[in-house]
Design a protein around this ligand. Structure first.
Ligand code: NAD
Ligand code: GLY
Length: 361
């Protein structure tokens, strides 16, 4: 097992990464202050992993709430089910919530913990690669609103993150690849050495070799923990974690949530950001090709949907929440391992990149 720390003063917390951690009472119990624990999971993950987690919580008064599975349920109505369960069980301010599942369960549970009785403790047990390398770390919690994704939320840090790499064995290949997109993101934005490592080890990752997965998760979490420690509330550098996301959100919205997974849309978005960076003279063409090859090796898409023309693409990008005061700001690359947030680009270059990419998928 490897343990990293997110350094946030008195709100610092450990991230444990390794095989066979779900049932480890010694990892979870020290982070529970009271006696009451509510485990939140969903109908897919609970049958697989709830039992060992409940067993590890043997010394506490434990309840569970099982949510329906899907991004479409990350909303205020389903959030209320968690509050109902907490109130029905008469849980007090010293209770702890445990999120057992992917990013959807993690985000909604974290938000419930941020709100219940003005804030209670919570623990993340992420079970998708995406959740292990990204969403469980950093304290962004929330739910979707019909008018926008992740629009209702709070910053609320967990007390501990336990990433059991064994849980990835039951994840399907598409979900695994979607998580790998976020792993590649860390290499692109701030860790060129990690990008090199990924080029050498991608086949082991897609084959789910435990050592390679553990290394990738650890290096991803190390990068995320550093970014969060530097800029917890996204006043500046944390925005770099959104590389590819403005393009990606446009793809997700255009195709209706579900046809493309978030990580798949981000993969295409990162490549479009790289192409725009190359057009601006900031990135070598050879580097763009390296990025495309790595995404392909991860079985990720590299072209946007065929039916998304550049007019619609630009329109959807303009409603992304990273548009500040009317100007479109993007995360672009000054090299592999060096991302910048900027509005200093020629809109014609962006349109040209989208025109060139149109007609894929
Ligand atoms: P998800 O939570 O929907 O999980 C994907 C699917 O895998 C679901 O059907 C889930 O039930 C299933 N699943 C989970 N673990 C499994 C396992 N071990 N075996 C088999 N099936 C399993 O999706 P996700 O990709 O984990 O997370 C996406 C969500 O995360 C989005 O809502 C996104 O907004 C959010 N997110 C949040 C942050 C953040 O910083 N808070 C960052 C990135 C993404
Ligand atoms: N996933 C983006 C962030 O945590 O800031």
């Amino acid at each position: 097992m490897k343990t990293l720390r997110v350094e946030l003063g008195e709100r610092s917390y450990p991230i444990h990464i390794g095989a066979g951690l779900l049932g480890r009472a010694d990892l979870i119990a020290p982070h529970i202050r009271g006696k009451q624990v509510m485990v939140v999971s969903n109908e897919t993950v609970a049958p697989l992993y709830l039992e060992p987690v409940l067993a590890a919580l043997g010394g506490f008064r434990t309840e569970s709430v099982i949510l329906p599975d899907g991004e479409v349920y990350k909303n205020l109505e389903i959030l209320n089910r968690i509050f109902d369960a907490l109130l029905e069980a008469r849980f007090n301010r010293r209770c702890t919530l445990v999120a057992l599942g992917g990013g959807v369960v993690g985000d909604i549970t974290g938000f419930a913990a941020a709100c219940y009785q003005r804030g209670v403790d919570f623990i993340q047990i992420p079970t998708t690669l995406l959740a292990q390398v990204d969403s469980s770390v950093g304290g962004k919690t929330g739910v979707n609103h019909p008018l926008g994704k992740n629009m209702i939320g709070a910053f609320h840090q967990p007390n501990c993150v336990i990433a059991d790499t064994d849980t990835l064995n039951t994840l399907d290949d598409r979900q695994l690849a979607a998580g790998i997109a976020e792993v590649i993101k860390y290499g692109l934005i701030r860790d060129a050495g990690f990008f090199d490592w990924l080029e050498q080890h991608m086949a082991e990752l897609t084959a789910r070799k435990p050592a390679a997965l553990a290394e990738a998760i650890e290096r991803s979490c190390r990068n995320k923990a550093e970014v969060v420690a530097e800029d917890e509330r996204e006043a500046g550098s944390r925005a770099l974690l959104n590389l590819g996301h403005t393009f990606g959100h446009a793809i997700e919205t255009a195709t209706g949530y579900g046809r493309w997974l978030h990580g798949e849309a981000v993969a295409v978005g990162m490549l479009l950001a790289a192409r725009l960076s190359a057009r601006l003279g900031w990135l070598e063409q050879a580097e763009v090709e390296r990025i495309a090859r790595l995404l392909e090796a991860a079985a990720l898409p590299t072209r946007p949907p065929a039916d998304l023309d550049s007019d619609r693409f630009l329109e959807l990008m303009a409603v992304d929440k990273k548009v500040l005061d009317g100007g479109l700001r993007l995360v672009l690359l000054r090299g592999i391992g060096h991302a910048v947030v900027t509005d200093d680009f020629d809109p014609a270059a962006l349109r040209a990149v989208l025109d060139e990419a149109a007609g894929g998928d």
